[in-house]
Design a protein around this ligand. Sequence first.
Ligand SMILES: Nc1ncnc2c1ncn2[C@@H]1O[C@H](COP(=O)(O)OP(=O)(O)OP(=O)(O)O)[C@@H](O)[C@H]1O
Length: 269
Amino acid sequence: MNDDSKYIEIHNVEQRFKTAKGSFLALQGVNLNVAKGEFVTLIGHSGCGKSTLLNLIAGLTTPTQGVLLCANREIKGPGPERAVVFQNHSLLPWLTCFENVYLAVERVFAATEGKAQLRARTDAALAMVGLSAAAQKRPGEISGGMKQRVGIARALSMEPKVLLMDEPFGALDALTRAKLQDELLAIVQKTQSTVVMVTHDVDEAVLLSDRIVMLTNGPAATIGEVLKVDIARPRNRVELAEDPAYVHARKAVIDFLYTRQAHVEKVAA
Ligand SMILES: Nc1ncnc2c1ncn2[C@@H]1O[C@H](COP(=O)(O)OP(=O)(O)OP(=O)(O)O)[C@@H](O)[C@H]1O
């Protein structure tokens, strides 16, 4: 039986890495459920294990202890139902934007759909991120924000059940970042996707999330606190700035990061 409140289940997960100096315990005792359609961000200081946790959900790595499930199935490797967007967009530079997205569409749908349908899916994904006009350009001919949009279009084109994003806007300037955050909010509202996103940015976390998962510092990092963001959607960044619920959530995250998990590394506040 499907339980939508437990779409992604993370049970007592531990991740150790072998290093030249021996075994390094990155994550320990991580337990979390993510509901279908929920937007969850992972926040914590640099090196605490956010990407490690995201990679485990993506199936790019396997835990040294514990188990992860997606829609009641154990995550044993990467799968098209869990699309990943990385910070560095990872596009193939010799292909156009269209071709970069088409490759992903082909991988997922070629067995069941004809070329015209595959092309229509690619066009629709590019349109969703406002890139129809740049479809025939190569990554070297477009801006960083546009490249990131292609990465998002590629992920969305696979119609994944879960969108996993590792600091997707981390390398962008503040204005482009704000624009893409707003676009992502609108897209997720439309697609009702389940999203797990890694971020360093407190405002980004509060603006986008239904819940903010705060990780303690490593080694042996774990979930320190989970904050529910009780702000109605659609959210408007200008109105939010003075919303008491926004101010409260922001303060709670900053308090966790700077008081309870104080660290020499900086996190954008
Ligand atoms: N393959 C690996 N081998 C050894 N150690 C690793 C490996 N991957 C990650 N680590 C270590 O695990 C810890 C968590 O790394 P991770 O990249 O998940 O942190 P993060 O919170 O995503 O950091 P940042 O915010 O800086 O990207 C770090 O101490 C890192 O050095």
